[in-house]
Ligand binder design. Structure first.
Ligand code: DAH
Length: 339
C-alpha cells in the first residue's frame, strides 16, 4: 500500500508539473484529491490491511494530500502569472478608441412640470399627498357632493371597473381621503394620472394628469385662494403673470371659479398661444363646499377651505409650446429629448 501511495505521489507530481492550463489542473485536483480520487480510494481500501498498519497508512495519505495541495496551489499561481504575461504581451489596448457613451435620458415634460409645481408648493409649506388611480366611486363623486344624477357620473364619461369602482376622473378624491385622515390645518397638493372616456385628439386623451390643491384651516377665505394662485402663477409662468377669476360651477366648491392667467407668451396682447384672447384658462377652484367638509368629518362651522385643480398637460403644452397633446404620450425619443 505504501508503494501504491508513492506511485500516486510520483505520477501526480509529474502530471501537475506538465500541466499547461488551469482547466487541466482542476481536472488533476479531482483525479487525485477528489472524493472519488485516487488517494481517497486508498483510504477506502484500508479495511483490507492489518489494524496496526491503518494509522500509519492514514497519516501517510494525509501527508501526501497536504503536499499535493501545496504543489497544486503553487502551480495555480504559476499558471495565473503566465496567463497574465501572455495577455500583456498579446493584447494591446487602443486608448484612442472612443468610449461607449452611457445614454442618459431626460425627464418627461409632464414630470418636469409636476416637479416644478411640487417645488413651488413645498416652498409655501404644502405637503404632497397621494391617492389610488383605481378609486371608489364614493370618493370620486359622492363625498365630493356630486349627486348620482350628475352628468360626470355618466358611463359615457367615466371608466367604471364595476358599479362602485372607477378609474378616477379627477385628483379631487384625494381631498376627501386626506380630510378623512388628517385634522386641519391641511395644506396639500396631489399630482397624478386621471382617466376619462375621451377620444384622442390634439387636446384630449383618455389619460392625463392633474394637480389638486387643498387647504383647510380656520378662517380660510377666497382671498387666500386668489393670493395663493397668483403666487403660484408668477413662480410657474413668470413674474408679470396676472390672474383673473370667472364664476363657474363645481359640485365640491361654493363659490366656484375658473382662473385664467394673462398669456405668458404675449403678456396679454393676444397671440397664437392664447388664441388672441390675452388670457389662458388655467384651472378650476373655489371654497370647499360645506357638504364636502361634513362628508369627510370636518365641521364647516369651525373650518373652511379652498381647493383647486388643473391639468398638467395643458401647462406643459403652453409652457413648452407643444401644439399636439398626443406627442406627450407617444414618447418618441426625438421629441422628448428636446426638453
Ligand atoms: N376636479 C376638477 C376637474 O377635474 C377641477 C377642480 C375644480 C378641482 C375645482 C378642484 C376645484 O379642487 O376646487 O375639472
Amino acid at each position: 500500500m505504501k508503494d501504491q501511495i508513492a506511485k500516486i505521489k510520483e505520477n501526480s507530481i509529474k502530471e501537475i508539473s506538465n500541466c499547461k492550463d488551469e482547466k487541466d489542473l482542476n481536472g488533476l485536483k479531482v483525479k487525485y484529491l477528489g472524493k472519488k480520487g485516487e488517494l481517497t480510494a486508498v483510504l477506502r481500501g484500508m479495511g483490507s490491511i492489518a489494524p496496526e498498519e491503518r494509522p500509519i497508512i492514514g497519516s501517510l495519505v494525509n501527508q501526501v494530500r497536504d503536499e499535493l495541495e501545496a504543489i497544486i496551489q503553487e502551480k495555480e499561481k504559476e499558471l495565473k502569472k503566465q496567463e497574465l504575461e501572455t495577455r500583456l504581451e498579446t493584447e494591446n489596448i487602443d486608448v484612442t478608441e472612443p468610449s461607449k457613451k452611457v445614454k442618459l435620458g431626460t425627464l418627461h415634460p409632464i414630470t418636469q412640470i409636476i416637479d416644478e409645481v411640487e417645488e413651488i408648493f413645498l416652498g409655501m409649506g404644502y405637503q404632497i399627498a397621494d391617492g389610488p388611480e383605481v378609486e371608489k366611486a364614493i370618493y370620486n363623486f359622492d363625498k365630493l357632493n356630486t349627486p348620482p344624477d350628475h352628468p360626470a357620473r355618466d358611463l359615457q364619461d367615466t371608466f367604471y371597473i364595476n358599479e362602485n369602482i372607477v378609474l378616477r376622473s379627477q385628483t379631487s378624491p384625494v381631498q376627501a381621503r386626506v380630510m378623512e385622515e388628517q385634522k386641519p390645518p391641511i395644506k396639500i397638493i396631489c399630482p397624478g394620472a386621471v382617466y376619462r372616456s375621451d377620444t384622442v385628439d390634439a387636446t384630449h386623451s383618455p389619460v392625463f394628469h392633474q394637480i389638486e390643491g387643498l387647504v383647510v384651516d380656520k378662517n380660510i377665505s377666497m382671498t387666500d385662494l386668489k393670493g395663493t394662485l397668483e403666487m403660484f402663477a408668477k413662480k410657474c409662468l413668470g413674474e408679470n403673470t396676472k390672474i383673473r377669476f370667472r364664476p363657474h360651477h363645481f359640485p365640491f366648491t361654493e363659490p366656484s371659479a375658473e382662473a385664467d392667467v394673462s398669456c405668458f407668451v404675449c403678456g396679454g396682447k393676444g397671440c397664437k398661444v392664447c388664441k388672441g384672447e390675452g388670457w389662458i384658462e388655467l384651472l378650476g377652484c373655489g371654497m370647499v363646499h360645506p357638504n364636502v367638509l361634513k362628508n369627510c368629518g370636518i365641521d364647516p362651522e369651525e373650518y373652511s377651505g379652498f381647493a383647486f385643480g388643473f391639468g398638467v398637460e395643458r401647462i406643459a403644452m403652453a409652457k413648452f409650446g407643444i401644439e399636439d397633446m398626443r406627442l406627450l404620450f407617444e414618447n418618441d425619443i426625438r421629441f422628448l429629448k428636446q426638453f
